[in-house]
Write a protein that binds this ligand. Structure first.
Ligand code: CS2
Length: 498
């Protein structure tokens, strides 16, 4: 029965409260008691909970197929926070969609039915992954979780985490250590492998995951590598839904508006998109019944999305940071910024995109501008600017490389690189401190400060720019010009010139 609940007595989310949800909150349209878990997901951040988990929730409701519940897994120490939030509420949580108008929609997602915190019990995670029911292991381990070399796009198997996992197969720290050990257990037990499905914004995310895992497994045992290569599957995918970090203000407003007390709700935009390569080795949910697009070739979709959406985000992020903006929609409300982003997409990115089946690029870009401008989700500039060392090489630099090769325009991308350098030096145009949140913060800040207006020192961070980009005279000159202008005149005046 649905009730209208007073915000002063909010409903604490858990299985028992599902029957008494306030009338303006939609609960799972199925009984979750007999769900079995067929998916194990590593990296239970807001994005996974607003994206894949929502699709699964819809599929279960739509098809009644209950073999694809999700077991969430956290690998990082700070994932104890999400465990402490989710486990007491039976892994239920609210997803609130906020469009640009006043209307918002809240629903409670039931697709995740358990959560395991790996640092406390690696063995439990490995055994769960090795269990016969688990047929898909999906990943949102962030762009940095793949240890990619910026220039070759190949994984770096010499990374200390990978080294650690080779030495300690039953106490891994990286996702790849877990995958390899669990797959080995399955092989020994005569079970099929699970499909490994990456849902990160990494170009060719499935292919990259496959190469990394096979390379890692080969070091453990060549026969394990061959077994995975022959029997496993690694679909590529394009994932999209802008999902800001949840704030205390979100928690409070959800309590107020919907009368539910959720320790960690997710706020997101109404838009969502998922294009998945239909390559699974042991079945999959009918995601197409929930609006996902199954295809044989994800590449054009994913390139379009990463190079337009994510790259524009980085552009707005670093320049916006310098100009003192807090939220992306504020950046977009500024004419100079809006024009800069539109021109960057149009002149520097669009020429290198191939045709994308079923998509009109002009409409796609227009929709992006609308999505970026959505004031209701309050997407944080600081969120966008996190982990640039893993994002810039995937979002911006491939475009730069291609344009340099064909003698095309890279002026605006160079300004983005320069703004990143300025931001990594740690102060904005008003002299306020910028907190650098990046695993490579130390190196980046050091190089950025040493650079001043000499781009070479910053471009020398090989892990980001490779060996090729610092040698491009065109790029070095353009970044130099941009840096000089940013230093002398600040982001706003510089934008006016671009
Ligand atoms: C953002 C993405 O982190 C970032 O820099 O560009 O998180 C973006 O919001 C998502 O990829 C949208 O699908």
């Amino acid at each position: 029965m649905n009730n209208t609940v007073s915000p002063s007595h909010p409903v604490k989310l858990d299985n028992a409260s599902l029957n008494g949800l306030p009338s303006n909150v939609r609960g799972p349209a199925y009984d979750r008691r007999d769900i079995t878990e067929g998916i194990l997901h590593i990296g239970v951040g807001g994005f996974h909970r607003a994206h894949q988990a929502v699709y699964v929730d819809d599929v279960i409701a739509e098809t009644g197929d209950k073999q694809w519940g999700i077991c969430g897994v956290g690998l990082l120490q700070h994932d104890s926070r999400i465990r402490d939030a989710l486990v007491p509420q039976d892994c239920l949580y609210a997803v609130v969609e906020r469009g640009p108008g006043a209307a918002t929609e809240a629903r409670v997602i039931g697709a995740m039915t358990s959560f395991l915190f790996a640092p406390a019990n690696a063995e439990a995670v490995l055994e769960k992954m090795a269990a016969a029911d688990i047929r898909i292991v999906s990943l949102t381990i962030t762009e940095g979780g793949y240890y990619l070399d910026p220039e070759t796009g190949e994984s770096n198997l010499d990374h200390p985490d990978i080294e650690h996992d080779l030495q300690n197969p039953t106490q891994p720290v990286a996702a790849f250590g877990y995958l390899a050990e669990a797959l080995d257990r399955r092989r020994q037990r005569g079970l099929r492998p699970f499909t490994v499905m990456s849902c990160d914004n990494v170009p060719g995310n499935g292919d990259v995951t496959k190469r990394m895992l096979l390379g890692f497994a080969a070091r453990r045992d060549p026969s394990l590598r061959d077994w995975i290569a022959e029997n496993g599957a690694f679909p590529n995918s394009m994932v999209d839904r802008i999902t800001p970090a949840t704030t205390d203000a979100d928690r409070a407003s959800i309590r107020e508006t919907y009368g539910i007390d959720d320790a960690w709700p997710v706020v997101t935009e109404p838009f969502r998109q998922w294009v998945i390569e239909d390559a699974f080795c042991d079945g999959r949910p009918q995601w197409d019944r929930a609006g996902a697009q199954m295809t044989s070739d994800v590449h054009p979709y994913e390139t379009m999305k990463i190079r337009l959406l994510n790259a524009s985000h980085s552009a707005m992020g670093y320049l916006g940071y310098l100009a003192g903006f807090e939220y992306i929609h504020e950046v977009m409300a500024n004419d100079l910024f809006r024009k800069f982003v539109a021109d960057f997409m149009e002149e520097e990115v669009t020429p290198i995109l191939e045709e994308v089946p079923g998509i009109d690029l002009a409409t796609y870009k227009k929709t992006l501008v609308e999505r970026f401008s959505n004031p209701a989700i309050k997407d944080q500039v600081s969120r966008i600017c996190m982990d640039g060392s893993a994002k810039i090489p995937k979002f911006i630099l491939p475009t730069v490389r291609e344009q340099l090769q064909r003698g095309g325009p890279t002026k605006r991308a160079s300004l983005v690189i320069a703004s990143w350098c300025r931001a990594m030096a740690g102060t904005d145009d008003q002299g306020s401190k910028i907190e650098v949140m990046d695993p490579m913060a130390g190196v980046l800040s050091e190089h950025a400060r040493a650079a001043g207006t000499d781009p070479q020192k910053f471009l020398d961070v090989r892990e980001v720019f490779g060996d090729d980009l610092p040698r491009s005279e065109v790029l070095v000159e353009q970044v130099r010009e941009a840096l000089e202008s940013l230093n002398e005149q600040g982001a706003m005046k510089t934008l006016a010139k671009y």
